[in-house]
Design a protein around this ligand. Structure first.
Ligand code: CMP
Length: 140
């Protein structure tokens, strides 16, 4: 498996509870390297662009409201098979279905306030990384 990069968000429920370090510890324990990271407060425009694929879903408005409700930490993670590995480390979208030891099982509050986002494929990872980071902000 090749070295990949994936895009990660530590969501407002994580910054609000001051558990971004605890989540980063799980990311690093899994062998993923945080090669870019910044704390931002997303605008509605940024959140709507980021989640455009979900715009017809009934929860879209709630999702944008939540993602703009407080600061988030956006990250680029690097490692062997980083996209699938991070999805394993995050656990299922719904924390009640997430495996023991995963970030969402340990920390997520609900399916909406689920602490973390990770890219689902190489193409989306490239698009998501480019939305938030310039090339010279990523230092591997
Ligand atoms: P994420 O991986 O960031 O991608 C889309 C997000 O939509 C997902 O995590 C959840 O936080 C959110 N989501 C998915 N299903 C629901 C739902 N039924 N109600 C509210 N939010 C949801």
């Amino acid at each position: 498996m090749a070295i990949q990069r994936t895009f990660s968000i530590l969501k407002p429920d994580a910054t609000e509870r001051n558990i971004t370090g605890a989540i980063n510890a799980l990311i690093e324990k899994a062998g993923l390297r945080i090669v870019a990271q910044k704390r931002i407060h997303m605008t509605r425009g940024q959140a709507e662009t980021f989640y455009a694929v979900h715009k017809e879903r009934p929860f879209f408005g709630e999702l944008v409201d939540f993602m703009t409700s407080g600061p988030v930490v956006v990250q680029v993670l690097e490692g062997e098979g980083a996209i699938a590995k991070y999805r394993d480390v995050m656990g299922a979208t719904d924390p009640s279905k997430a495996a023991d030891g995963t970030i969402r099982k340990v920390h997520a509050k609900s399916i909406g306030e689920n602490s973390v986002h990770g890219s689902d494929a190489p193409e989306t990872a490239a698009i998501e990384i480019a939305q938030f980071f310039a090339g010279n902000e990523i230092v591997g």
